[in-house]
Design a protein. Structure first.
Length: 316
């Protein structure tokens, strides 16, 4: 079985990404690395620990990652993140505290050591800013060609961004790190807004979870209802909330869920286009296209697999 590392800023869709990974028998979730974004890194790490315990896997290690981007020395949670994910990142719902602590090692070393150990069997799925991964490849460039693949949630190619007309939130948090990741030799699939905004969950589905009447199903129904209501109040004109982060996990496991284009990407790091993901004109004709950009998704099939997996997990 392939080994998966999740690198996330544990907000609500990140929580669903953890659940999807745990519910997937094709992979072993070997660890989680904490990022900042939807909330402070340390608070996201606590959410990951609590969610793993809620979902019956308290012993999966959770590592601390970077607390801010490569170029800024502090991190201010965006007001918009708090509106979408709640002050605590999980819809202001209280779930039982895990009795586990974060692992004492560094998240960046964990990525590097896992790459050396599992090589092409390793899949890294970042669903927050790309700071941890950028630092890992800076520290150990040899892992770029060792890691099997990176499937990241971030960016937008064919549609506007969600935090600025050109930038998606995860890329916008650390455009320099994202650019370094895209310019590296890593094999990347970009699962951006082009596809994630086509996979929506509604209260019909969360009501199905609530009816399963387990501790985890009720907690997830409450947490995700907050997210659905936030989407409604932001007047996004979307019928439900976007399954950004779980879609990245699903594509990492089953790439046939999306149609991709091979395009070497770059990220603009300067105003007014900071955070824009765009084809790198200098490498467009390079034979070494290492990035596939998802531009279409089998929405119905993904939603059906998503619901089957999470419902089975919540019923355990
Ligand atoms: C991304 O930003 C975060 O708020 C979500 O968790 C997701 O990873 C969507 O742009
Ligand atoms: Ca996220």
């Amino acid at each position: 079985r392939k080994k998966m590392i999740l690198d996330l800023d544990t907000g609500i869709d990140d929580a669903m990404a953890i659940a999807y990974a745990l519910a997937s028998e094709e992979i072993d979730l070997i660890g989680i690395v904490g990022s900042y974004g939807n909330l402070q890194m340390s608070d996201g790490v606590q959410n990951s620990l609590d969610l793993l315990t809620l979902l019956g896997q308290p012993n999966i290690p959770v590592y601390l990652g970077e607390e801010h981007s490569l170029t800024t020395h502090s991190f201010d949670t965006l007001k918009i993140s708090q509106e979408i994910h709640g002050m605590n990142g999980i819809g202001d719902i209280t779930i039982p505290k895990s009795d586990q602590s974060p692992h004492s090692g560094s998240g960046i070393d964990f990525i590097i050591d896992s790459a050396k150990k599992f090589q092409s069997d390793l899949i890294v799925v970042p669903t927050g800013p790309l700071t941890n991964l950028a630092l890992a490849i800076k520290q150990a460039p040899e892992i770029e060609t060792l890691i099997g693949k990176v499937v990241l949630m971030g960016g937008a190619l064919t549609i506007p961004g969600n935090v600025s007309p050109v930038a998606e939130a995860n890329i916008n948090q650390d455009p320099e790190a994202a650019n370094e990741v895209f310019q590296s030799k890593l094999t990347i699939t970009m699962v951006g807004l082009d596809v994630t905004l086509k996979t929506l969950l509604t209260k019909k589905e969360t009501q199905e979870w609530r009816q399963l009447n387990s501790t985890s199903s009720r907690a997830f129904a409450d947490i995700v209802d907050f997210y659905i209501e936030a989407y409604a109040s932001l007047k996004t004109n979307l019928d439900g909330c976007a399954l950004h982060d779980p879609l990245a996990v699903a594509v990492a496991i089953d790439p046939s869920l999306v149609t991709t284009l091979p395009i070497n990407m770059k990220v603009d790091t300067k105003s007014p286009f900071s955070g824009r993901t765009i084809g790198d004109e200098r490498r467009l004709n390079s034979n070494e296209a290492t990035t596939e950009v998802a531009i279409a998704v089998e929405t119905e099939r993904f939603l059906s697999v998503f619901m089957t997996r999470l419902s089975t997990l919540f019923s355990k």
